[in-house]
Design a protein around this ligand. Sequence first.
Ligand code: BT5
Length: 253
Amino acid sequence: MSSAAATPNGTGPLGPIRRLDEIDSTNRYALDAARAGAAPGLVVVADHQTAGRGRLGRTWEAPAGASLLVSVLLRPTIRLEAMHLLTMAAGLAMADAVEAVAGFAPTIKWPNDLLAGDRKLAGMLTEAEVVDGEVTAVVVGIGVNVMWTDFPPEIAETATACNIVAGRAVSRDELLDAFVARYGARLVDLDAVPEDYRARLGTLGQRVRIELADGTFEGEAVGVADDGSLEVRTGPGATRTVTAGDVVHLRPA
Ligand code: BT5
């Protein structure tokens, strides 16, 4: 019906889905596929990652078969300032998918974690391929803890999984299908993303500690600007804007 080239991801519905048993990182795989000319819409899923990537060089943990590990290749036709909407849309799509399939509603922690209560259920890493200053591909990667029994000690106090919150088994395949359908729909309606994102954002109104490369500060998270940055009130009439960094939700004093 509508022209595929007109959609923000440069494609129609998402797909095909490439399923891998084991890979170092689905993001790495999708970025290499992009460099080799793969069409946008490619969805890469793995049962196990041997070098799952978090942000800032961190590691994403997942025992084989326990998580949904998925990367989506996009070749966006939108302006650079709107690129963050691609990641926000994926977070919303996954939160909606978890709600539909696992029966509980995760919140979003700025910028892109999904939480159940105060524990991390999912993380997202978006990486771009830039050639001569042009974004030629964007890979949006998400890891969701779906069916976990044991957590490694490093994350035992901070992580949770769909089966634990739902109190029953949750299917990775159902979650994948629900996510792919919802993400495809979100990508053709990016204008609706900021408002829906703010509505799901558990960070707003919280006391937060912001951890930046060169220090930390505390305040109250009061808003998200249209460019995706977090606005933090640090005192009467004083607001700081955070474009990148880690947020810790502090318990109310
Ligand atoms: C993220 O980084 O949360 C981004 C995670 C993205 C993972 C997906 S999986 C598919 C795709 N392919 C990849 O290679 N990556 C993407 P960050 O905000 O930096 O959080 C990383 C931190 O979360 C780690 O340092 C741990 O403290 C914690 N962590 C690691 N694994 C976790 C897990 N399974 N559940 C909860 N927390 C975890």
